[in-house]
Design a protein around this ligand. Structure first.
Ligand code: GMT
Length: 372
């Protein structure tokens, strides 16, 4: 099959998932064409079946806002025609689904029909998409997609709740390549971070408000009083400053490291003991699944799709959003008990196996085949 994949190329979960899907499809001998404005961060290896088409948005003095969606739709048309694509799979509705609709209409005029599959990822529905600035276009373009998928049962429900959707939405859970995350931690690396054998806690995200990273700092402040430990913040984003100044106020900044955006997340997870995800909402929580694949239990909020992956009392613990006290209690309990921690690590790995790439990618292929 010749498949076009449209996504955000950044560290966000939807871009990561789309890139991993493209790479897996290429391994299975499909030809995959990424269409986006920048090389996706996880597209870091050569594969003869992978092509990358950059969307260029020329600037012009008249434009305060360069028209990305128009450039994207035009690039889609060009790539589909010149590479004889069979299908277009767009990740994150805004503006990919509406650009795909436009491309599809243009191609219909030339006698070519291209099926469009839209995968909804989260904030395209629950935060940004719901905003009335975007909602009519989002609703229309989702309904015009030939197939719609959502990354969790929760996101499917949320979509039906907030939009007038006239078609079914299929749930295809996010996945992880577990083999990539089954790494032994590098001792020297662990020693640099935790020289006295402290426990290592970790959070990874794009540090947006929705992630509530100040809760992560507060939980850690409680944990470090009871259990010698260090906290690693992986990623970057708008809330970093607030988290840093809170850690200074709480007198724990020497125990915390902000390591920035990292491509080799599996190397860091390999030395972590506990992953914290305190989000206000997560449609799925791919970062938590990657942690579990690396054998790292998860302390998370119970928002959105998180209960679909993190099993309370088995792979980690779930608490209400903002319940720092409960999350701290669970973290301390787990980190103070070697036997319990080991059991949770094993459970986390077993749970991640259910979402292994080898189970999920064939579901996408089956979906594609319906349209060919
Ligand atoms: O919130 C992010 O980290 C980015 C965002 C995205 O679309 O890039 O993530 C959403 O999609 C991920 C992949 O499907 C999900 O794992 C995240 O839970 C979801 N984020 C939210 O719903 C807030």
């Amino acid at each position: 099959m010749r498949i076009g994949i449209v996504c955000y190329p950044t560290f966000g979960g939807s871009g990561v998932l789309a890139t991993e899907l493209g790479k897996a499809l290429a391994e299975k001998d499909h030809q995959v064409h990424f269409i986006t404005y920048q090389q996706p961060v996880r597209l870091n290896e050569f594969n003869a079946n992978i092509f990358y088409h950059e969307v260029r948005v020329p600037t012009y003095p008249l434009f305060d806002y360069p028209p990305y969606e128009t450039a994207l739709a035009s690039t889609m048309v060009d790539v589909i025609i010149n590479n004889h694509l069979d299908l277009l799979h767009v990740h994150y509705a805004i503006p990919h689904a509406s650009a795909a609709f436009m491309a599809k209409q243009i191609l219909l005029k030339t006698g070519k029909s291209i099926p469009v599959i839209t995968t909804l990822h989260g904030t395209d529905i629950t935060l940004v998409g719901r905003d009335k600035t975007y909602a009519p276009v989002v609703t229309f373009s989702i309904n015009e997609s030939d197939a719609i998928t959502a990354v969790s049962d929760n996101l499917r429900e949320e979509t039906f709740k907030w939009f007038r959707i006239e078609k079914d939405i299929e749930v295809i859970h996010n996945f992880v390549d577990v083999s990539r995350f089954r790494k032994k931690g590098i001792d020297a690396f662990r020693k640099v971070i935790a020289p006295n054998g402290e426990r290592i806690l970790m959070h990874a995200s794009n540090f947006r408000k929705i992630k509530r990273i100040e809760d992560v700092v507060r939980i850690f402040a409680n944990v470090v009083k009871e259990v010698p430990s260090k906290l690693l913040f992986v990623g970057d984003g708008p809330e970093r400053g607030a988290a840093e100044s809170l850690s200074r106020d709480l007198g724990i900044c020497d125990e915390i490291r902000f390591v920035g955006k990292q491509e080799q997340i599996e190397e860091i997870l390999a030395i972590a003991d506990l992953f914290l995800l305190t989000s206000e909402y997560e449609s799925f929580g791919l970062a938590a699944l990657e942690a579990m694949a690396a054998g790292v239990p998860v302390i998370s909020s119970n928002a959105g799709g998180l209960p679909e992956i993190n099993i309370h009392g088995e792979t980690g613990f779930l608490s209400d959003v903002g319940d720092v006290a409960a999350m701290s209690k669970h973290a301390i309990e787990l980190l103070s008990d070697d036997v319990m921690l080991e059991r949770f690590k094993t459970n986390a790995m077993a749970q991640s196996d259910r979402f292994d790439i080898h189970h999920i990618v064939p579901i996408y292929e089956k979906l594609y085949n319906r349209f060919l």
